[in-house]
Design a binder for this molecule. Structure first.
Ligand code: PRT
Ligand code: MG
Length: 229
């Protein structure tokens, strides 16, 4: 059985969890209802109430890749993910991604955090070389370069909190929402690098080929975006 969709099909790439949960009201505003619960189903392609619209479930960090290569026409991912993806491609435009909307969902911030017993201000003042563990190397590199702080970046794919606790790093650059995860691990936020929310990402070629249906979805999302807070 082939899974290649008919030409008029619109494929939306989403990740499970907070983005999936928070995009549901915007999809509803566009008249789209996902027919299966991704937490219960093992399916990676989910049907919707609209025969021409389907959802593919991918890792959050794979959303820009699926959209760039046309595995999906559009997708939703965090600005953190977009910045890191774009850094690999020399900019969002060069990767063929069009970013029409900040959806104002899945909000958090990217911050620097250290152990509560680490004197970050003093280390920066002294001009010490900092070991920084992060999944967000592009964001971290740019941030510390702009401050003139020398860093050795250690790339991690998860559980950044562990790096300072094991002595592997002096600091981490990670996403923070409530701050509870930092607190539970005896870490503290010492700098806020940037605010993050999720964006709609559209494949530029798909936008030309499927202009009308994609525009309708973009416009419906635009009018249903939660008020900025
Ligand atoms: O696992 P994979 O590498 O594929 O992706 P992911 O882990 O980044 O996916 P997911 O679903 O966890 O996050 C998707 C997107 O949600 C992120 O790219 C962010 O844009 C956004 N988002 C919003 C968050 C958070 N809030 C958030 N709190 N992503 C992650 N967190 C994590 C954070 O990394 C930390 O471990 O939650 C923890 C902190 O939360 P607090 O509330 O304890 O501060
Ligand atoms: Mg995660």
């Amino acid at each position: 059985m082939s899974h290649t969709p008919p030409a008029a099909t619109i494929t939306l790439a989403l990740s499970k969890g907070r983005i999936f949960d928070e995009i549901m009201p915007l999809l509803a505003a566009a008249g789209i209802e996902v027919l299966e619960d991704p937490e219960k189903s093992r399916k990676l392609i989910l049907p919707t109430n609209r025969p021409e619209v389907r959802v593919v479930l991918v890792r959050a960090s794979d959303v820009p890749t699926y959209v760039q290569y046309g595995g999906a026409d559009m997708g939703v991912c965090g600005k953190d993910t977009l910045i890191e993806h774009s850094a690999e491609w020399g900019g969002a435009a060069r990767s063929g991604l069009y970013l029409p909307l900040d959806l104002q969902i899945a909000k958090c911030r990217v911050s620097v955090a250290v152990r509560t017993d680490f004197d970050y201000a003093q280390a920066v003042k002294k001009g010490s070389r900092l070991k920084v563990a992060t999944k967000y190397t592009a964001i971290a590199r740019e941030f510390f370069a702009s401050k003139g702080v020398h860093v050795d970046l250690i790339k991690l794919y998860g559980s950044m909190e562990l790096a300072p606790l094991t002595g592997m790093a002096d600091a981490i650059v990670d996403l923070v929402s409530t701050g509870n995860t930092l607190k539970a691990n005896h870490l503290m936020e010492v700098e806020r690098i940037m605010d993050i929310s999720s964006h709609l990402v559209v494949n530029q070629a798909a936008l030309k080929l499927k202009m009308a249906p994609l525009r309708r979805i973009i416009d419906a999302f635009a009018s249903a975006i939660p008020a900025a807070s």
